[in-house]
Ligand binder design. Structure first.
Ligand SMILES: [Zn+2]
Length: 372
């Protein structure tokens, strides 16, 4: 399988993130993508290639140009405004209740981007979980190019290709970044496929978290079906979207399928949900599926609470490929670094119909345990 990778992600590395106001060692770090890259290289069955530059148009086809400008300028703005922090994160957001009772006309005037870069971060951001550093914009642009180059490979005739996107994307909405995500790589890819083929496209999101950004972007569209298996937002980020009764509106009515799972979800629970998701995708026409691939569903993941093991990723990859559609597979989350490479290798080998055996060097058993 062809793998698209860019070292530009290395410029977006972070030591610390905040969870409920407390600084903790960051989870979404550059080492994640490097772990996956080295495991795929060690496998010998994957060909790494660099992305090609696709420019800004495919991004603004999905995202507000104001968001693009903010992300481009944010770091130099922070410096020129004398904010000497190691990263930029907001702490004030325009909560909907701040404007309660004000008319839509008043809202139009009042809800606007301020000049202070911390305020701008709050205007465009969802949360404090997407710290921005000097290399963030370049990395986020490269992740989009990785996704779009993966699309090119698949539309060029490959049955499946994998884009090692970092930063991830599925929490980024049309006019919002957040949750480690800046541009929505999968949504940009799905939209580009609809434009290039005139076909319907499905997004299968198997990250542990609900892809609120992907849902929002395609909520009213009849040409992109979004199907997600994730932790119930009653107990997990992103908390405010991802419930089973969110099904789309207008032309998108019935095109959004959320499958929330309880804590402790097992391999069997997950495969049952996978079959349901694949049925929903098979029910509509289209020849390409975009997979938002996350491994924070893994039993040892530091921020997840599912109980999946490596062998189930091989089986999920196999079942997704059995749909008989071409696959644009894009990396999202997954934060247990020792297992990431093996989990990705298992999934992708499953999608190619190859067996999976753990690499001897991985110190790793597919039952879920990590040696040492
Ligand atoms: Zn996730």
């Amino acid at each position: 399988m062809q793998v698209v990778y860019s070292p530009a992600h290395l410029g977006h590395d972070i030591d610390t993130e905040t969870v409920m106001g407390l600084g903790i060692p960051a989870n979404e770090v550059a080492e994640r993508a490097e772990k996956i890259r080295s495991a795929l290289e060690a496998d010998g069955g994957f060909d790494l290639t660099g992305p090609t530059d696709h420019g800004e148009d495919p991004i603004t086809a999905v995202h507000d140009p104001g968001l693009v400008r903010f992300l481009e300028e944010a770091w130099s703005e922070a410096r020129s405004q004398g904010i000497g922090r190691p990263f930029l994160a907001a702490d004030t957001y325009p909560n909907r209740a701040m404007f309660e009772g004000m008319s839509p006309e008043a809202m139009e005037r009042l809800v606007r981007e301020p000049r202070h870069v911390g305020g701008r971060a709050g205007f465009w951001g969802l949360d404090t979980a997407a710290p921005l550093v000097a290399g963030t914009y370049v990395a986020a642009r490269a992740a989009v190019d990785v996704a779009l180059t993966t699309v090119d490979l698949v539309l060029g005739g490959q049955t499946a290709a994998y884009g090692l996107c970092r930063p991830p994307g599925h929490h980024a909405a049309r006019a919002m970044y957040g949750g480690y995500c800046f541009f929505n790589n999968a949504a940009i890819a799905a939209h580009a496929i609809t434009q290039a083929t005139g076909e319907r496209v499905a997004i299968l999101d198997v990250d542990y978290h609900h892809g609120n950004g992907s849902q929002q972007i395609f909520w009213r569209r009849g040409d992109v079906r979004y199907v997600s298996i994730h932790a119930d937002p009653e107990r997990q980020y992103p908390f405010f979207l991802g419930r089973a009764d969110e099904t789309g509106e207008g032309e998108g009515a019935g095109e959004n399928l959320n499958i929330p799972l309880a804590a402790g979800a097992t391999n069997a629970d997950y495969l049952e949900a996978t079959d349901r998701a694949l049925e929903a995708i098979a029910a509509v026409p289209g020849s390409v599926v975009v997979v938002s691939l996350g491994f924070d569903t893994y039993g040892l993941d530091p921020i997840g609470d599912f109980a999946l093991t490596t062998d189930v990723y091989h089986e999920v990859g196999r079942r997704v490929a059995a749909l008989g559609r071409r696959l644009v597979i894009l990396q999202e989350g997954g934060y247990h670094r020792p297992s990431l490479g093996e989990n990705a290798r298992a999934w992708l080998r499953g999608a190619e119909g190859r067996d999976f055996d753990p690499l001897p060097s991985a110190g790793f058993s597919p039952g879920g345990a990590v040696a040492g």
